[in-house]
Structures are given as C-alpha cells and as structure tokens.
Design a protein around this ligand. Structure first.
Ligand code: PRX
Length: 585
C-alpha cells in the first residue's frame, strides 16, 4: 500500500510556484511554524472582554460592526430564484441583536438550548448568532430532517426555543406533544400566528437593535450539533466559545481568506461545515460571504461563481463528482477566472477530482481538508503554500499532533495503516457529548482522541485516509448512523428487522443499503420497497433513506442479538467474512 502510494505521489505531486500565486498565502513556512507555534499566538487573532471573557459572536459580528468593516458586505444572499439581499456587518449585527433581545424578552436563560430549523436565509444566520450573543447554546437543524430526527434532538437537549418557518413547522407539530420542555415556537414568515406561536417578524419589529453581547467564560458552550455514531441515536456534540480562536485561525491559514475575497461555502448551516466555515470563521475574519438558497444544480453553481466573482470556494467531494459528471463543456461557458483557492471536505476526494479542477478552473487544484463535527475546525489539511499529493488529506495544523496507532495506542511507523488519533487539547475540540459522559469517554483512550477513521502517513508526513473503523456511513459527505435508519425502518409495519450498511458508490461515496426481514403477511414487491423508502425519508430525513433495499429471510446476529453489519457488508461487497465466532448459530 505504502509503496503504491509513494509511486502515485512521485508522478503526480502538484507543486505550486510562489511567483505564480495571485496572493501570498497567509501561512508561510509550515515546517517552522510546526516547531514555533503556540495557541497563545492564535488567541491574539480574536477580541476578548476584560477578565479573560469572550463571546464568539462578538468576534463574528460586533467587532466588525463597530469597526472599519461596519459598511462592508457580510452577506450576499441569493435565494436561487431571482431574489438577492445584501447585508453589511452592521446590518447583520443589528438583526442578531434584535433576536438576542427577543430571547431576553422571553426570559430565556443563559445556556438554554435555542434550535434553528430554517432554510439558509438571513433569519437563520441572525437567530443562530443572536442566540450565541445572548449566551444561549445555539443549534441548527438540517432542513431535510423529518419529525423523528427533530424529536430526537429537541428531546435529548431539552430545547427551550425553536425558530422555524411555516413549511418546516408542520414536521415539528407531528412530535410536539413529546416535547414538554419546548416553551417558545418562533415562526418566520407567519404574520398572524395561531395560538402557541410567535411571529418572528412581529417580535423583531419591536425589538431594539442595541444589545450588549454577553461576555462568556471561554469554556461556556456556544453551539451544539447532533451527529451520528455506530450505535444509538444521534449524539449532541457541544462546542465552547473558545473554539472561535481556532475557527478564526484555520479560516485565515487554510482557507487563506484575504480582505477583498468573495467567499462561498456550499454547506448547509445544519452541518458543521456550514456552521464553522459558512458562518463563524469567515465573518470572524471580516470576509464577504455568498449564501445560495435552493438545490444543487451545476449550472446555477457555475453561474454563482461567475456572477459574484467568487475567489475562495469550499465544497464537498460529491458535489465535485457531480460537476465532473456534467462534463467540461458546461464550465467552459462561464468565466470562472475569479477563483483563487478551492477546498473540499467531508469524504475522500478522489485524485481525479483534484486534477479535474486543474483543467477546468485554470490550474487551481482542490485542497482536501479533514476534520469532524467533534473537532470543531480543520485539523489535517492541504495548505495553499504546500505541494498537493492528490488523494491525500495533507498535514496537521501547527499546534495539532496527529498519529496513526495500533490497537494498544502505540504509534505505528510511516506507511502502516491504523487508527487516526489526535492529542486532545486543541481549542475547538468538543467539550462534551450532551448528557452522555460515557459516550464522550469512548473517544478517549491511551491519552489519544480516537477519530473513528483509519489512515496512514507517508514518508513526507502527508496523511492518507483509508476508511471508517466503525459502521458510520458517509453518503454524499453527510454522516448517517445505521441505527437511526434501522430504527426508522422497523417503524414501518411491513418491516420486522433491519440491518443497514454503506455501499460504495462512484458518485455519492456511499449509498445507504438496507437488508430487511418482512413481517408475516407481507410479500416483497417494488411498490413495497418504494413505500418503505418514502416512509424513512419523511420520518427521518430526506438524505438518510436506503437507496437500495434487499429483502432477506434472516439477518446475521451475534448471540446477544446484535445485527452483524460487518457480515452484511462483507457479503454485499464480496469481502472476506472474517471472525464469525460470535455469530448466532
Ligand atoms: O470519516 C471522516 C470523514 O467525515 C467524518 C466526519 O464527519 P462529520 O462529522 O460529518 O464532519 C464532516 C465535515 C467536517 C470523518 O471522521 N471525512 C471528513 N473529511 C474527510 C473525510 N474523509 C476523507 N477525507 C476527508 N477530507
């Protein structure tokens, strides 16, 4: 494996000529910085209140709204259907202040959970940041979530406020009775709300735009995001205000933003990339961002780059593959010359994708970046000043220690495959799994944080992703837990048992595949499968349904009754079946 990779690298390394780069990268001398860097240096990139207090949203909005960036555009929001709205840092700060005042009027307490379930609109940004300013814990939810996914999150976190819209609130109402802690439902676009609801616009109309952003202890919580693991329901990953230090730093060093950039992160704010690099990092650096509503569409995307003269673009491998699949004639119709730097995250980026970009985007390669919901910001990455080895995730951020270890936690030599681990303690690391210390502790072993990924390091210190060490599925870059899908499947009356795996797919990285046992009285048919797919889509989430379903007579289980997904996967993919000593019969 190591030998093969070394060959690949020799032939195909992308070396950048500093004299040809349009701007000098913010990070210079990576090797020197790895030795000299201290987190205390990064702490100087953000503003602090007296007594060592901080508020991430102060750094994202107030410091610009009160300074030289006050009238600079923070957001150009294009709804994808012809309406464009523009907000300066001052205007966006005013909106967030008003929302913080709404929370104050409602008597929301410090560190209460405020959930935002909205499309990517200005109200979504304002309520998310307003909640953080106020000292609440903000939590965005992906608009494709169905009632089950909403209930899991609001219930586990004992959420107090939900901000949503007339369309999305219908899903909330299906589970409302199971959520006794939720006190306030604020609806955007509902001017005459029925009893039990508040109108966002009415509340905002009477709220003051003056608000003193609350100084927080750096360890107090800023936002939480639910994410999937192998077992159980989604877990609430909780991030502290101090994370803004590293979120600011990585946006500057990795995404390499400069003052005049027009930056576009394509991720929805319901995912960590959308939160950290679609809200926090870029605005903390005072950068103008494009927000695009609507669905993925290659033509619209190229048009967006052309029309807004995007310079820095952060997207995901599935999107890159979908653009590639559309062919090279389409991008040739657009002027994409504004682009300076391209980045990708969420799943492995094939070397072909990196090289395709060189052809289509005037010699600009994609820079692959690696991180997780739990890590709170980019930790391993390709830096603008550094040569790229297509297919590699790059190198650790200065200040971050990453290694490959064996089962005992012993560091493996270069070229050997093992668990990707990190030395805990970087500023944006998750602070807890909500109400679940045992789950948090599962990440920590042998003084390492276990990422759940397997990888290897080459002789030049570049990291190469191998796969997941667990059953977590990455489909179109989105993280799905097999247990959630299985739980949704068995709610359908025709499904007695279900086992769910990720099946490799050229376009989506993986698709979700389900093996189901039918309840007596049901027979297999295409109609039934479609109905089951629709059922999961509407209950759980638009992206988390099985694209393939096989009906089977039995599922392989351990003697304790656990479905052996590993075996299902091995059978499906024709892999060695491995140890079956725990198999039932
Ligand atoms: O398996 C890795 C994969 O995505 C997982 C984290 O998923 P999530 O928490 O949803 O965060 C995604 C966006 C930050 C990782 O454990 N992953 C992330 N980036 C890469 C990747 N796999 C391969 N290459 C990457 N660059």
């Amino acid at each position: 494996m190591a030998e093969k990779d070394t060959e690949l690298m020799k032939g195909e390394i992308i070396v950048k000529d500093p004299s040809k780069l349009r701007l000098k990268p913010n990070l210079q001398d990576y090797n020197g910085l790895r030795k000299s860097f201290k987190w205390a240096d990064a702490e100087k990139m953000v503003d602090w209140f007296p007594g060592g207090k901080i508020n991430a949203a102060y750094n994202v909005l107030d410091r610009h709204a009160k300074g030289k960036n006050a009238d600079k555009l923070a957001l150009i929001y294009d709804d994808g259907a012809g309406t464009v709205k523009k907000y300066t840092f001052k205007q966006l700060n005013d909106e967030a202040n008003k929302f913080a005042n709404v929370l104050k009027k409602l008597g929301v307490k410090r560190q209460d959970r405020v959930f935002v379930f909205l499309q990517r609109t200005v109200e979504c940004y304002a309520s998310f940041l307003g909640a953080i300013k106020y000292g609440a814990i903000a939590s965005p939810m992906f608009p494709a979530f169905g009632p089950d996914a909403i209930k899991d999150r609001l219930l586990d976190s004992s959420a107090v406020v939900l901000v949503t819209d007339p369309e999305l609130k219908k899903r909330f109402y299906q589970v409302k009775n199971d959520l006794p802690d939720l006190k306030h439902l604020i609806v955007v676009g509902e001017d005459n709300p029925p009893a039990g609801e508040l109108s966002y616009s009415k509340e905002m109309a009477t709220a003051s735009k003056e608000f003193e952003t609350v100084p927080m202890d750096p360890e107090e919580f800023m936002f939480m995001l639910y994410t999937s693991g192998t077992t159980g329901k989604p877990k609430g990953v909780v991030h502290a205000h101090k994370g803004i230090v590293q979120q600011t730093l990585t946006t500057r060093w990795v995404l390499d933003v400069h003052d005049d950039d027009i930056y576009w992160c394509t991720a929805d704010i319901g995912w960590v990339t959308g939160v950290v690099y679609g809200v926090l990092g870029p605005w903390s650096n005072g950068i103008t961002q494009i927000g695009l509503g609507g669905r993925f569409d290659p033509e619209t995307w190229y048009k967006t780059i052309q029309n807004y003269k995007i310079t820095v673009w952060y997207t995901a491998p599935t999107a890159v593959r979908m653009l590639m699949a559309k062919g090279d004639e389409l991008p040739a119709k657009y002027d994409l010359s504004s682009l300076r730097a391209l980045y990708s995250v969420g799943e492995p980026l094939n070397p072909e994708g990196v090289k395709w970009a060189l052809e289509v985007f005037d010699s600009k390669p994609f820079h692959d970046t690696w991180w997780q919901t739990e890590t709170g910001s980019i930790l391993i990455t390709n830096f603008p000043e550094m040569p790229i080895k297509p297919g590699s995730m790059g190198k650790p951020l200065p200040g971050v220690e990453a290694a490959i270890v064996d089962e005992n936690g012993d560091v493996l030599p270069q070229g050997e495959e093992g668990s990707l681990v990190l030395k805990p303690g970087w500023p944006s690391m998750m602070r807890q799994i909500w109400k679940n210390p045992a789950k948090y502790n599962e990440y920590m072993r042998n003084d390492w944080y276990y990422t759940g990924d397997t990888a290897q390091i080459d002789k030049d210190g570049y990291f190469w992703y191998v796969g997941r060490a667990d059953d977590v599925i990455k489909t179109s870059g989105e993280r799905v837990g097999p247990f959630e899908v299985e739980s949704a499947l068995i709610e359908h009356p025709a499904v007695a048992e279900a086992g769910v795996i990720g099946k490799p797919d050229q376009l989506r990285g993986n698709i979700i595949k389900a093996f189901i046992v039918l309840t007596p009285g049901h027979t297999e048919s295409d109609e039934l499968k479609v109905e089951i797919q629709k059922f999961v889509k509407t209950r759980l989430a638009g992206h988390a349904y099985p694209r393939e379903i096989d009906v089977v007579k039995t599922l392989p289980k351990t003697r304790s009754g656990k479905i052996m997904r590993r075996l299902l996967r091995a059978r499906e993919l024709g892999l060695p079946i491995g140890d079956t000593s725990t198999l039932e019969d």
